[in-house]
Ligand binder design. Sequence first.
Ligand code: 5AD
Length: 368
Amino acid sequence: MNEKEIVKWLREDDPDRLTELFRKADAVRRDHVGDAVHLRGLVELSNICRRNCLYCGVRAGHSTVERYRLTADEVMQGARLASEFGYGTLVMQAGEDFGLEGEFVADLIRRIKKEYALAVTLSLGERTEADWRLWREAGADRYLIRFETCNKDLFRVIHPPVGKDDLGFEGRIGALRVLRGLGYEIGSGVMIGIPGQTYADLARDLLMFRELDLDMIGNGPYLAHPETPLGRAAEVLAKNPGAPTDERRRLTAEVGFDYPVSDDPVPADNLTAFKVIALTRLLLPDSNIPSTTAIATNDRLHGRVTGLQSGANVVMPNLTPTRYRALYEIYPNKSATTESPEETHRTAIAQIIEAGRIPGTGPGGRIR
Ligand code: 5AD
């Protein structure tokens, strides 16, 4: 598939052809990674972040969010639950919080590895190579860091640099290459329908997944958070759907931000997310692809199951202690924010069964 063919599929609206696409992706998924759905328990270590990404609800500039950082014991509780529930992996995710010291994280990794048979995935943002090496040596297996969009201009606008040496998009791609060099399995992905994104951009994102030969690829629809610059601008645009490009630019400038206007916008919806999952499966048949929380948030009843039926083979149930979950509000109405870990687990298993699949066993790494 080349860029043009991918764009054509992303725009496809014929129900029969789409059914065919999803059926094909589902068959490729079965042939290459089987019917097991790998469960990754997610622990959100900290919502403290030094970055100011324009779309994200825990950006540094969102001054009214209460900030938290879990204690080592709270993290170990999550690991215990993941193990008891039979999961193969614990994912530790946080904002880019340098208060999470290298040694603190390394100790956690060593403890988890000693006490449980869990693979460890980290999703802690752009850190120093020394930290990444330390964590790898402590036993971490995988690292997730999304590049969000391969449109460099858009990347720069939505990710204001945090320092003079911030390398922007190049730094992000560089991070993935360094991580792979250190022996991690690497995961990345993008937001679908991020304002300013075009269909051509999204098609190039998919080709970038293949170029990087990603082991894990997680994508989700952009969800407007009203307490963010991009969310406020998106609100203005939503009220003026038919406005021509110039008018849109003027409308969004009024909310105090020069909004990146796309002349060929991608819808931030689940149908597009399912097409992305399916096409990603066709491009990288043996990769691990989650049916993500953003998809589940968009459609609580069917989102996750439909993702699993469109080519995905991984789910990431949230095991963050319930009292912190609402604080990790990267977008509003995030699914599972009021549940206990047990409820979150039961829902995940029920959805795997509903999708006609079986819960995975073992670490669930990429098998080439
Ligand atoms: N809508 C959708 N996804 C978001 N993310 C952050 N903010 C939003 C939002 N408003 C995604 C980013 C990030 C991941 C952890 O969550 O892709 O990498």
